[in-house]
Ligand binder design. Structure first.
Ligand SMILES: NC(=O)c1ccc[n+]([C@@H]2O[C@H](COP(=O)([O-])OP(=O)(O)OC[C@H]3O[C@@H](n4cnc5c(N)ncnc54)[C@H](O)[C@@H]3O)[C@@H](O)[C@H]2O)c1
Length: 412
């Protein structure tokens, strides 16, 4: 059995904690660090008997022995929290992004190297049965040499409104640029699937729709005061939706029992009640990024807010076959040249903890195996993860300043 402490019992921290609670033969949850009163109550309810510390300094005083501290605080806090934990002697499982700017990423990287700590990064997509199956197909040589990839990340209009217009990732100065917050997973997946490094990046995109000038006539500052009841972004509908994906978003402002009554009462006049056209958001709602990898492989990635559902799809073009995959449909089709196509349906874990099409659950399982000394080529250590972050920073630099950014130039 391995031991963990969770730093930040928010949306992500609660998933990793619940994995430990559900798999006591793998992980013992030794402590939780959380400073929000409602979430402390929730942690105490869900993780009975586990001590909760409001200040991480008090956790450090206890000198617990744990295999990993799982850093699940917000992006802009990762540097302080990761460095403090490494200085105190802990290895880390660090939520992505490593940090929200190149300096903080580098600072975490240097501390990790100086102290010889182990830092694993939560690139959960690698562990999904979907991407694992694609990796297997590539490794078996079915596609031949990969020439190019075309991938899209369809954020979903309601998810975009929650996280990137109203929620914690709406401003790049307070959290991260969209390409880092949302797409560093995809950047990591491209490196992992290609087993090559990215050489240069160019990117275009902007915030085109969710801004004041597009506010419909007659709309109000807050949805709770708005006469336009048919608006698809109406917070009172989104946060009480029976859809489990949408419904979980209410946890950001309502940590008590999530009855419709509680959600509507706690929502009123909060950031999450704001009209999507009258928030203080500045992250892009669409962005396209083109990348050149070693040996001339090319990748084109599109991120868009404008989709009905949340989904990722990918086309991989190899010298022997093309592959099409749709993650949320759990569907892969391999189309060889001169031979019939075949479909692959990856096996999903039953009753998986968390989301990401089984990725959260499979990541924790892989991490347990790695801590037990087994090999697992999905696990992403800091050295590898830094590459995907550099790609995202390069894309943002290109989007803002124009031109093409060489990855090596960011390393100097
Ligand atoms: N791997 C993924 O796919 C994925 C998905 C979503 C979010 N994330 C990342 O995970 C991280 C957490 O995201 P989240 O959605 O869980 O955020 P969240 O805001 O729900 O959780 C953060 C928690 O940390 C607590 N906290 C903040 N400062 C603290 C302090 N000094 N001491 C104790 N507790 C403190 C907050 O009270 C909160 O409960 C972010 O970096 C985010 O970008 C990763």
């Amino acid at each position: 059995m391995k031991t963990i402490a969770i730093f930040g019992y928010g949306q992500r921290g609660a998933i990793y904690a619940s994995y430990a609670v559900a798999h006591p033969q793998e992980f013992k949850l030794v402590a939780i660090i959380e400073n929000n009163q409602a979430r402390i109550m929730e942690a105490k309810r869900n993780c009975k008997g586990v001590p909760v510390f409001e200040r991480y300094e008090d956790f450090l005083k206890m000198r617990y022995t744990v295999d990993l501290v799982v850093i699940c605080t917000q992006d802009a806090q990762h540097r302080e929290h990761a460095v403090a934990m490494m200085n105190a002697g802990y290895d880390l499982l660090l939520e992505k992004p490593i940090a929200n700017n190149p300096e903080d990423c580098l600072s975490i990287y240097r501390t990790c190297k100086r102290l010889g700590r182990k830092v694993l990064v939560c690139h959960v997509l690698r562990y999904t049965p979907f991407y694992s199956a694609i990796k297997k197909i590539i490794k078996a040589g079915e596609l031949g040499d990969i020439v190019s990839i075309h991938a899209s990340e369809n954020v979903g209009y309601f998810h975009y409104a929650h996280s990137y217009v109203r929620g914690p990732w709406r401003r790049s100065d307070e959290s991260s640029p969209m390409i880092l917050a949302k797409c560093c997973h995809d950047m990591d997946i491209f490196c992992w699937l290609l087993s090559r490094k990215c050489v240069s990046v160019a990117s275009y995109g902007s915030l085109s729709f969710y801004k004041q000038e597009n506010a419909p006539k007659g709309s109000a500052e807050f949805c709770s005061e708005c006469a336009l009841k048919e608006c698809p972004y109406r917070a009172q509908e989104l946060y009480t939706s029976p859809d489990p994906v949408r419904n979980q978003f209410a946890r950001y402002f309502c940590a008590r029992g999530q009855s419709e009554e509680n959600i509507l009462a706690d929502l009123r006049k909060t950031q999450y009640d704001r009209c999507v056209f009258r928030s203080d958001n500045d992250v892009v709602d669409h962005q396209v990024t083109i990348m050149e990898f070693e040996k001339g492989s090319t990748v084109c990635h599109t991120m868009t807010a404008f989709s009905q559902e949340i989904y990722r799809d990918i086309k991989i073009y190899g010298t022997k076959a093309e592959l099409y995959g749709h993650m949320e449909h759990n569907l892969i089709e391999v189309r060889p040249f001169g031979a019939p196509s075949r479909q692959v349906i990856p096996e999903l874990p039953q009753n998986a903890v968390g989301g990401h099409c089984g990725g959260d659950e499979e990541m924790m399982r892989s991490i347990y195996r790695v801590l037990c000394g087994q090999e697992d080529d999905s696990v992403s250590y800091l050295d590898v993860s830094v590459e995907s972050h550099l790609m995202a920073f390069a894309a943002e630099q290109s989007r803002l300043n124009g031109g093409c950014v060489q990855i090596d130039d960011l390393k100097n």
